[in-house]
Design a protein around this ligand. Structure first.
Ligand code: PHB
Length: 393
């Protein structure tokens, strides 16, 4: 071989060595969404899913050649057993990179051990019981906790002339957090609790509770119930039981006056004071743009509510993690990115506390008013950077 031929041959080998066959890695990023799409919380699961899909539609469903797929599964909830089986199937059969969604607390708790075992980041988009994030180092929550809301409302009530309260909550995780924190912060501010009750999560009947509340003669009744039909039924029982007529005020977390069902409260809902992290009427450009896009995509049958925003913001976090890793999902890096997220959400400023992996929210005090023929929660006072009061360090 001539010297020139030898050199050409060696340089070709060299080129092959430095430029391996450029086979594009197009493995998709798969997100398993576990949500209630049938059963009593069906509207809420579909709000979460719609929020997720909207974020993806706005930002593009591929990153660095990797397609982003959402695989949605219905818990038919409230059903922790089904949620656990779905998480298992998504991990083993569908080989998802990330678990997401979680309308209800028991469903998130059921999936938590699987996230740890399989090292799958799990993004909570609603389930709001404090303990959830402590059940796996792979869980990051983009929604809220009931402690954040109840603690702020208790202080506001005590500072605004309410001295005696009866509490009524749904008898499961978020209700127990709401009750504990309301009582803790209200009594610390000088208030008195004259009674407390818990209603079953499934099929509660409110009239007997209303009789007990009326007999205890509190100045106000504090309520947490999961968003949906229960709040509407309770408000009706409150009216029919003569509590409003007896001068008892109704104060609640914003789940009762959720944007999806608020119109069903009718005139008796007007003037009701609640605390929450999201209102359809939040007066920011980010929220107005979000609502416009949501309604353009899905119509106006369901108003985008706090669950839609939870899905949208959770997907925002996931999307950032995919972009920062160029389409490749490493579980620990993903959690690290998620727990340092900070952005302007339709709800207002949102950031994740890296120590607890929980959403830090502005909590708003709101009043139900009628605007353009619809009831809305009008925010009139805000408490920024509220962390979950139940996390001890
Ligand atoms: C929950 O199960 O954590 C939950 C459900 C509905 C709500 C709030 C919390 O409105």
């Amino acid at each position: 071989m001539t010297r020139l031929a030898m050199r050409l041959c060696l340089s070709t080998i060299g080129m092959l060595a430095v430029a391996p066959l450029a086979l594009a890695d197009e493995t998709p990023v798969k997100i398993g969404a576990i949500v209630d799409l049938s059963g009593p919380f069906a509207d809420y699961g579909s709000e979460i899913l719609d929020g997720m899909k909207l974020y993806l539609a706005q930002h593009g469903d591929a990153v660095a050649g990797h397609k982003i797929e959402i695989i949605a599964k219905d818990t038919t909830g409230p059903s922790p057993e089904v949620a656990k089986r779905l998480a298992q199937e998504l991990i083993v059969n569908d080989k998802v990179d990330i678990l997401a969604g979680f309308t209800l607390t028991p469903e998130a708790l059921a999936a938590a051990p699987l996230a740890t075992e399989a090292k799958k980041p799990l993004v909570v988009m609603n389930a709001a019981t404090s303990i959830i994030t402590e059940k796996s180092p792979y869980i990051v929550r983009f929604s809220f906790t009931l402690g954040e809301i109840a603690s702020v409302l208790a202080k506001w009530d005590a500072e605004n002339g309410i001295k005696s309260v009866y509490t009524l909550v749904s008898d499961y995780g978020p209700g127990i957090n709401a009750e504990t924190d309301f009582i803790k912060f209200f009594t610390a501010a000088g208030g008195t609790i004259v009674g407390h009750d818990r209603a079953p999560l499934k099929g509660p009947e409110f009239a007997p509770f209303m009789e007990r509340v009326k007999a205890a003669k509190p100045q106000a009744l504090f309520v947490f119930l999961p968003a949906g039909d229960q709040g509407v039924a309770m408000t009706k029982a409150f009216q029919e039981g003569g509590l409003a007529a007896a001068g008892i005020k109704l104060i609640a977390t914003g789940d009762i006056t959720d944007d999806d069902v608020i119109d069903q409260l009718g005139d008796p809902g007007l003037g009701m004071i609640t605390a929450f992290h999201y209102s359809y009427a939040h007066p920011s450009d980010t929220n107005k743009d979000f609502i416009k896009a949501f309604e353009a995509a899905y119509g106006t049958k369901l108003r985008p509510n706090f669950m839609a925003v939870g899905g949208y913001d959770g997907m925002h976090g996931i999307y950032d993690a995919i972009v920062k890793q160029n389409g490749k999902i490493d579980p620990d890096t993903t959690v690290d990115i998620l727990k340092h997220e900070k952005f302007e959400s339709p709800r207002g400023p949102l950031w994740i506390d890296p120590d607890t992996r929980d959403a830090v929210n502005t909590v708003y005090i709101r009043k139900v008013e009628r605007q353009d023929g619809h009831l809305v929660n009008v925010e009139f006072k805000s408490y920024p950077d509220i962390k979950d009061p139940d996390k001890t360090k």
